[in-house]
Ligand binder design. Structure first.
Ligand code: HPA
Ligand code: ZN
Length: 330
């Protein structure tokens, strides 16, 4: 039995495995510029965030109908459940679909067909986080939030993703204020490729209470001190960091130093179909490459539930935390 954990940094579009991409391409009459899954996998060598994003957006062309989004989410939930994920807070990128003529309704209704029954079908509780594309305009982000209004009962919060450098959090002040007024929780990718100041801005300007990646905080001791003091969780994605060259190798990953500093880190998969593994795979990878003890692994699992947006259901959070404490490592 795998260690129980919550997944807090997971882009549903990043769970599109090559096999499913080809199946959906066939179903929807979409021609992919790759002969087969082997040739597609050859393209999974990334120089950095942008080279990954190019492929990530290209493959989304196969996602067209509610059923496609349902199948995508069900495939993820089955894999996540098998790796001990008990609760998943799932990002989606509506602008990457609406810009192709696929409506917000198709995306949310389709995802919900899987998420709405996920506890019964997969034993995984779920929440949805709507992400704005930071390399698109602030106006488009506002329009996106507006078009999500009919679905806000299914969306727990907003996030900020896509190409980070040159698109600082401050660009999205207004839409985050609007999201806060709607009672949405706020997170943002910051300090993946962008500088530590982007993390500070996400906290000060966007009011986020959880930071996605946040790796580069380690360059700024005063910022680390603040993140520790304010118990701001960081959703770290080790395999992603290697594949997108934020770190040279897993053995060089700052996760142990971050934990030593007292940061509330969690371990997540980001875009598992592209980066070589799901949540459990990331736990195993850091255990093996960094020699993390069972106590540290248990602390990471505990952190994942502490950092999750379960304020409306504290009883559930406590139940999950009890599962972590009771877990017997093999
Ligand atoms: N960073 C930024 N944007 C993204 C990512 C990421 O790791 N994955 C999907 N969109
Ligand atoms: Zn991400």
């Amino acid at each position: 039995m795998p260690l129980p954990k919550a997944e807090l940094h997971l882009h549903i579009e990043g769970t599109l495995e090559p096999e499913l991409a080809f199946e959906l391409a066939e179903r929807n009459g979409v021609k992919l510029p790759y002969a087969d899954t082997d040739e597609l996998r050859e393209a999974y060598r990334f120089e950095g965030l942008q080279s990954f994003l190019n492929l990530y957006y290209e493959l989304m062309a196969v996602l067209r109908t509610e059923r496609d989004f349902e199948d995508l989410a069900n495939a993820y939930l089955a894999r996540a459940a098998a790796q001990g994920v008990r609760h998943a807070e799932i990002f989606f990128d509506p602008q990457a679909h609406t810009s192709r003529g696929v409506g917000m309704d198709t995306v949310v209704e389709g995802l919900w067909r899987a998420l709405g029954s996920s506890e019964d079908n997969h034993g995984v509780s779920t929440q949805l986080i709507l992400c704005f594309l930071r390399d698109e305009s602030a106006e488009l982000a506002l329009e996106t939030l507006e078009s999500a209004r009919p679905y806000l009962d299914r969306i727990v919060g907003v996030g900020l993703d896509s190409a980070e450098v040159g698109h600082p959090p401050v660009k999205f002040r207004e839409v985050y204020e609007a999201a806060a007024a709607l009672g949405l929780r706020r997170v943002a990718h910051a300090g993946e490729e962008g500088p530590p100041e982007y993390i500070t801005q996400a906290l000060d300007v966007l009011g986020v209470k959880r930071v996605d990646h946040g790796l580069r905080c380690m360059e700024d001791p005063a910022l680390v001190e603040r993140l520790v003091r304010d118990r701001i969780p960081l959703t770290v994605c080790p395999l992603s960091n290697v594949r997108l060259r934020a770190v040279d190798t897993l053995a060089d990953h700052p996760l142990p130093a971050m934990l030593d500093a007292g940061l509330l880190c969690t371990v997540n998969s980001d875009d598992p179909a592209y980066f070589g593994g799901y949540a459990g795979d990331n736990f195993h990878a850091v255990r093996d490459a960094l020699g993390l003890s069972k106590d540290r692994l248990r602390a990471l699992a505990r952190n994942s539930f502490v950092a999750s947006f379960l304020e409306h259901d504290e009883e559930r959070r406590q139940r999950y935390l009890a599962e972590v404490e009771a877990y017997a490592f093999p």
